[in-house]
Design a protein around this ligand. Structure first.
Ligand code: PLP
Length: 294
């Protein structure tokens, strides 16, 4: 991954007037150390983030990502982000993204231990090449997430619907999937419902209806899934949010893991059993996802 740009942000209050935010931004060398040792994002994973896809310098679905950043901040009792300030930071980052595919990360941490304020920064790096995942597809295994589907309401402090920096568990799930001979995982609740992948949302196809697990607070509401549902509806397909039994995954007419940077990766096998794959439809979904989207 080649880093292209990094910007430290001094966050302003969410209700401050829109102004020239230049004095609150500091460009830094993206390959040089920038955080202090007391930083809670590194000590505790205590913070939130967003990953925004960028295509030829156009940052995709910025408002949806800023909405989710604000949602995560609420769930984590972090100060609300000033949308205008973050929008401007994203625009600056996008201007340094160059051609091809890139990823902008927004990070809002609780800050330095005993420090006065959160730490915030934005980075841009080139994206990995996901051509193989998009065209050849991926094999997934289902993994127990270790809790029932009603846990988010009973234990909101698990922060399940927030995009927190604590992704060690998600990365462990991907390693486990690889140990089992697959490319990625799909989390299943202990009472048998599909949820999401460690870094992506799940979409299933049943006939002409595209279904995704209902975001009940236990999974992230994906910006890519939202955008694809709009696109599919415009093409005349039906879409639905449902509580999806795990067995429905293996019997779907097709399935995809979708996310902002990898985009739509068709699922070609679930727990070793092949799943149908409509290469033409997937190509059209990725063509849409690669077109400029706001
Ligand atoms: N679910 C999880 C756990 C994720 O980490 C992600 C993205 O990283 C998604 C879903 C998909 O979200 P988006 O489409 O906004 O990238």
């Amino acid at each position: 991954m080649a880093w292209r740009y990094a910007l430290m942000i001094t966050p302003v209050d969410a209700d401050a007037a829109d102004t020239d935010f230049s004095p609150t931004f500091a460009e830094i060398d993206p390959s040089a150390p920038a955080l202090t040792v007391g930083e809670l994002s590194t000590q505790r994973g205590d913070g939130i983030f967003e990953s925004i896809g960028v295509v030829d310098g156009h940052a995709q679905e910025v408002e949806a990502h800023l909405d989710r950043l604000a949602h995560s901040a609420r769930l984590c009792d972090l100060p609300a982000p000033h949308v205008g300030q973050w929008r401007e930071a994203v625009a600056r980052a996008a201007a340094h993204a160059g051609s091809g595919e890139a990823v902008i990360k927004l990070i809002l941490s609780r800050g330095v231990e005993h420090g006065p304020a959160p730490t915030a920064w934005v980075t841009v790096a080139s994206a990995a090449d996901f051509t193989a995942a998009r065209t050849d597809g991926i094999r997934v295994v289902t993994l127990d997430r270790g809790y029932d589907i009603d846990v988010p309401a009973r234990a909101p402090w698990l922060l399940l619907g927030a995009k927190t920096l604590s992704y060690a568990v998600n990365m462990a799930a991907i390693r486990e999937a690889k140990r089992r001979g697959a490319d990625d995982a799909v989390f299943v609740s202990s009472d048998g419902f599909v949820l999401e992948a460690p870094t992506a949302s799940l979409i299933l196809r049943r006939g002409d209806t595209f279904v995704t697990p209902a975001p009940n607070g236990g999974i992230l509401h994906g910006t890519t899934q939202l955008s694809l549902f709009e696109h599919l509806e415009a093409r005349g397909f039906a879409t639905a949010y449902e509580t999806v039994p795990a067995a429905d995954l293996a019997s779907a007419d097709a399935a995809w893991l979708v996310s902002s940077v990898r985009l739509a990766a068709p699922v070609i096998a679930v727990d070793g059993a092949a799943l149908p794959h409509d290469a033409e439809l997937t190509a059209s979904l990725n063509a849409y996802l690669l077109s400029p989207r706001d």
